[in-house]
Design a protein around this ligand. Structure first.
Ligand SMILES: Cc1cc2nc3c(=O)[nH]c(=O)nc-3n(C[C@H](O)[C@H](O)[C@H](O)COP(=O)(O)O)c2cc1C
Length: 252
């Protein structure tokens, strides 16, 4: 169990000085191979997503988007278009460029050292053109892979400590973290930047939803073991860090 002192030390940047003093070299400095930029999609059929730049989705003024952003938890049964889902995925994790020698990706969100340690899973229920199921976003090719078919609304809600709207929505975004992608470069100083990075992703999702008159809500209250098991993550090298249901709000 973490003490308050340890928790606050984790939030502060003192660890940088301590780690720099004590740390040998990071794995990057030792010349160890860099972890891959994203999980492999080998053996899966890629489902390509519409180009997020060529859609004619209704956009609003940025000031209006920022001002109207709020957590929305009541959704209708209206289906999302594939164009809308594509735009939300691109806004939250889309790749804009790959740096030379596959060193890093530059994305629509910032990330410490451009490490981008996350994967995006989506429990799809109400998206035109997609079967219900668990999908994974393949950011490098802006496509999806189907991990498993089915309606997991009740399991997702249960994993979100009974928050029904988290599962019973059009699509639930679930972000996992692969810590080693950041640890390779930053070793024990990785954990605070990883959390800061996660916040950017969800904020971009909020703003992208608002732009399309969709609703979302950040979710950090969930059962770690249940959600990891539902997705098939080992809970150590990869585990869930944040969630966000998306739907057409009943009230706007
Ligand atoms: C890190 C984080 C975790 C959150 N977890 C939950 C959650 O599990 N369930 C929920 O209903 N809202 C959750 N929220 C939403 C907050 O309750 C909400 O942002 C806050 O009440 C302010 O409302 P607003 O977003 O409409 O401005 C979370 C928000 C953040 C930033």
């Amino acid at each position: 169990m973490m003490t308050r002192k340890e928790g606050r030390a984790f939030l502060s940047n003192k660890i940088w000085q301590e780690v720099n003093r004590e740390m040998n070299k990071t794995d990057q400095m030792k010349g160890l191979p860099q972890p891959s930029l994203e999980k492999s999609s080998e053996g899966y059929d890629l489902i390509s997503l519409p180009d997020p730049n060529s859609t004619d989705l209704i956009m609003k003024d940025l000031r209006e988007i920022v001002f109207s952003r709020e957590s929305r938890r009541v959704y209708s049964d209206e289906k999302l278009s594939l164009e809308a889902l594509s735009f939300l995925l691109w806004s939250s994790q889309g790749v804009k460029a790959v740096m030379k020698n596959n060193y890093a990706t530059l994305r629509t969100v910032p990330s410490a050292g451009a490490r981008h340690p996350f994967e995006t899973y989506i429990f799809v229920r109400l998206v035109k053109g997609l079967k219900r199921g668990l999908y994974r976003y393949v950011a490098l090719s802006h496509s999806l892979v189907l991990e498993k078919e089915g309606d997991f609304a009740s399991e997702v809600a249960d994993a979100a400590l009974g928050q029904k709207f988290v599962g019973h929505c059009a699509a639930t975004f679930v972000w996992s973290v692969i810590p080693y992608r950041t640890e390779w470069r930053y070793d024990l100083t990785s954990y605070k930047p990883i959390l800061l990075d996660a916040g950017h992703i969800c904020q971009n999702l909020y703003l992208a939803c608002e732009a399309l008159n969709l609703g979302t809500c950040a979710i950090a209250a969930y059962d770690q073991e249940k959600i990891d098991k539902l997705i098939g993550l080992d809970g150590y090298d990869e585990f869930v860090i944040y969630m966000a249901p998306v739907g057409k709000p009943k009230r706007y």
